[in-house]
Structure formats: structure tokens, C-alpha cells
Design a protein around this ligand. Structure first.
Ligand code: PGA
Length: 260
């Protein structure tokens, strides 16, 4: 709380709202959706954006069971706006069924589907064009960190989005810093490591546009759980979390949301 108040003193205009996102990846079932909805009963506006990213086929089921304070999104989106692209889902379709967010460039897609920085940027652009909020994921491997290249990798990933969409577009979505070595491994970046990278990202953006740098939300992802969430959120530069494993159970995701 102090963090918010401090920021308000300095600047009346920008107050970054926390963003807590649940990335279910390829997990879940109708049974799980029902169980989750029973346990995750967010009945008030906590002053944060709470967003669920179930597998696309469960979007409707989740929507029917969650409160108006829970927003919905897709874990990926197509580049094209429509047409003969079997298996793809257009950003406008996500919007049409009540989604408001998409994740682009998750490291699992960059790896499994060989998604390039340019493709990720195109997906970011297609989300913006459909009036959705894209979360662009960036992050380095352990080898890249050990070689001292972490920031270079992250900034290259981000530059592709900035070049295609313009720096101010970042404010329409968010940036998720997800070091690959911390995803699903139980290894979390220390709050200081994450805070430092977030500060470097914000500095990069500030070099292009100060207002965007102050407003853009930079969230952390990589083994976030109820035990470490509070320490991460206490970092001034961390505006929320993209949660994988710990978002599959209502109780642990609720505890992470409560940590704000
Ligand atoms: P994790 O996944 O919380 O299971 O590490 C985070 C993510 O990949 O978004």
C-alpha cells in the first residue's frame, strides 16, 4: 500500500494497477473449471486486474461461472484478422466472446512453436487492433543469464514489439518478465533479481517515452506462489504476476491475489 501512496505523492496522474494473471497453459477440464469457480469467489474489486487464461475451449465455461471482477483472456492469438487459417483464433473473436486480454510470446510458444520476435510483435499488433490488451512475455534462459546476456535478450524481444507497434502501445497491455529458468521449476528469481530486470526494462522504455515508462505494467512470472508473492509485490517495480502452476487451484491463486 505504501508503494502506491508514495507514487501518488510524486505524480497524481499515473497509478499502476496491479495485474494478476492465471495462465492455466494446457491444463484443466470442465470439472476443474467448476471446482476452481467454486473456490475462487472474487466478489469485490480489489483495485487490481485479475485475469484468467484458461485453454481457449474453456473460455465460455469459465465466463459463465466467474464474477464480473474476473476478466478473461486467451493464451495466444492469431495474426490474421480472419480467413483460411485452420486452427487459428482471431483477436476479434476473443473480443466477440467477452475476452479482453491475450498472452503473446510466452516462452513455451517461442520454444515449442518456434515463434520469432517478429511474429510475437505481429500478434501484439493484432490484439491491439481488436482492442484487446496483450501481455507480451520476455525472458532469458539460464545460459543467457550466466553469460551476462539477460538484459540484451529481453530488450531485443521487447524492441520487436516497440518497432512494430510504437512504444506507447505497451500501455494498452503489459510486459511479463519471465526468466525461463524460473518457469515451472520451483526456482524463482529473487525479488531483487526480478526488481532489477523490471527497473532495466522500465529504463529502456523511459529512454523512448517517459509517460509510457511510468504507466506500463511490468509483471513477473516464474514459480510465483502464495509464499513468495508478497515479497515480489513489495518490489516497487513489480506490478503483478503471471502465474502458472499455482493458478490451477483456487486457493493458491486466491492467496496470490490477496498478497497484493
Ligand atoms: P509457473 O509458470 O508459475 O508454473 O512457473 C509461469 C508461466 O509460465 O507463465
Amino acid at each position: 500500500m505504501a508503494r502506491r501512496e508514495r507514487r501518488v505523492e510524486f505524480d497524481e496522474v499515473w497509478m499502476r494497477r496491479y495485474l494478476i494473471a492465471a495462465n492455466w497453459k494446457m491444463h484443466g477440464s470442465l470439472e476443474m473449471v467448476h471446482k476452481f469457480a467454486e473456490g475462487f469467489d472474487q466478489g469485490v474489486d480489489l483495485g487490481a486486474d485479475v485475469v484468467l487464461f484458461p485453454p481457449a475451449v474453456y473460455l465460455g465455461a469459465v465466463q459463465g461461472l466467474t464474477s464480473k471482477y474476473v476478466q478473461l483472456g486467451m493464451q495466444d492469438v492469431g495474426v490474421a484478422s480472419e480467413g483460411a487459417h485452420t486452427g487459428e483464433i482471431a483477436a476479434s473473436m476473443v473480443k466477440d466472446v467477452g475476452g479482453s486480454w491475450v498472452i503473446v510470446g510466452h516462452s513455451e510458444r517461442r520454444t515449442d512453436q518456434s515463434e520469432s520476435d517478429v511474429l510475437v510483435a505481429q500478434k501484439f499488433a493484432s490484439a491491439i487492433a481488436a482492442d484487446l490488451s496483450p501481455i507480451v512475455c520476455v525472458g532469458e534462459t539460464l545460459a543467457q543469464r550466466e553469460a551476462g546476456d539477460a538484459f540484451a535478450v529481453v530488450s531485443k524481444q521487447l524492441q520487436a514489439v516497440i518497432e512494430l507497434c510504437g512504444v506507447s502501445a505497451l500501455v494498452k497491455g503489459a510486459i511479463a518478465y519471465e526468466p525461463l529458468w524460473a518457469i515451472g521449476t520451483g526456482l524463482t528469481a529473487t525479488p531483487e533479481q526480478a526488481g532489477q530486470m523490471h527497473a532495466s526494462i522500465r529504463e529502456l522504455v523511459a529512454g523512448l517515452d517517459q509517460d509510457t515508462a511510468q504507466a506500463v505494467r511490468i509483471i513477473y512470472g516464474g514459480s510465483v506462489n502464495p509464499e513468495n508473492a508478497g515479497l515480489l509485490f513489495a518490489q516497487d517495480e513489480i506490478d503483478g504476476a503471471l502465474v502458472g502452476g499455482a493458478s490451477l487451484q483456487a486457493a493458491s491463486f486466491a492467496a496470490i491475489v490477496a498478497a497484493i
